[in-house]
Design a protein around this ligand. Structure first.
Ligand code: RIB
Length: 298
């Protein structure tokens, strides 16, 4: 089988991760247990997830011309991802995310920096890359006009588009109409469809419900695809792994329910290690995990 071509349009961040015994209260200082800097950003994470699972991945994004930017580009290149369309930005620092991990959960503040220097005109220059893709995958850590331009270019060329609407922001009805799939969590779903008739878009929805699994609708029939139980070290990047894996599975022609089961397995494996990208599984990892799963869902 030919490798599917996935173009990821999104953020590239350096994650500044602190592990602590608990989250501090407002106005309180506590001592952490561990600190690391590690590659992240929803866009880059989804690109790495898709590449590890065997896709041919192109990244469209922006980084600053600083140490973090250089390190992140090196890491994407080492992961086999094409970085030809990652724009170097001189007037902004590379995006960062300040992440605290505790209580089997995380709290994240992103400072977008160079990610917000990406423009719709940059996307126009990438039209042929978009047109050659099997799937385009986007998130919302880049400016919304860039997301809108990417969606419309992909739609014009008949390329399937998945939008992971995170962090939560509203999208225009025209974007909702042009995308093929939306992958919100429950909070993002509520914000996305405030004042909009969700029923019109329900067959595009893949709602991630954390430990419960993901909810899909096929021909209006609702179905929960349960998640897998695993020991949790760090949930950062689990949603990104799900999206990268989903893009690969759909590009390979898997039916939606099967694609979600595959993506659930990849996401489950990703939480067993510290760092957004560190635990992302290879194709073999997911296949052998799925082969061993019988009655371990939900
Ligand atoms: O989804 C996790 C990602 O969100 C982190 O890697 C961080 O960079 C933020 O973008």
């Amino acid at each position: 089988m030919n490798k599917p071509i996935i173009t990821v349009i999104g953020s590239i961040n350096m994650d500044l991760v602190t592990v602590a015994a608990r989250f501090p209260n407002q106005g309180e200082t506590i001592l952490g247990k561990q600190f690391l800097t590690t590659p992240g950003g929803k866009g880059a994470n989804q690109a790495v997830a898709a590449a590890r699972l065997g896709a041919n991945v192109r990244m469209i994004g922006a980084v600053g011309e600083d140490t973090f930017g250089k390190e992140l580009l090196r890491s994407l290149r080492n992961g086999g991802i094409s970085i030809q369309d990652v724009k170097p930005v001189t007037h902004e620092h590379t995006g960062i995310a300040s992440i605290t991990i505790s209580e089997q959960d995380n709290r994240i503040i992103v400072v977008p920096g160079a990610n917000h220097a990406l423009t719709p005109e940059d996307l126009d220059k990438c039209e042929s890359i978009i047109a050659q893709s099997d799937v385009c995958l986007l998130q919302l850590e880049i400016p919304i006009p860039v997301v809108e331009r990417a969606v419309s270019l992909a739609h014009r060329h008949g390329v399937r588009v998945i939008v992971n609407p995170a962090p939560a922001q509203p999208l225009s009805p025209s974007v909702l109409e042009q995308v093929d799939f939306l992958t919100p969590n429950e909070h993002e779903r509520a914000l996305l469809f405030a004042g909009i008739d969700e029923g019109k878009f329900v067959n595009k929805l893949i709602v991630t419900e954390g430990a419960k699994g993901v909810r899909i609708w096929q021909d209006g029939q609702e179905q929960l695809i349960p998640s897998f139980r695993v020991p949790v070290v760090d949930t950062t990047g689990a949603g990104d792994t799900f999206n990268g894996a989903l893009a690969v599975a759909l590009a390979e022609g898997k039916p939606l329910d099967e694609a979600c089961r595959f993506a659930n397995a990849a996401a489950a494996l990703s939480v067993t290690k510290l760092g957004a990208q560190a635990g992302m599984p290879t194709r073999e990892d997911v296949e052998s995990f799925l082969a061993k799963q019988k009655g371990n869902q939900g």
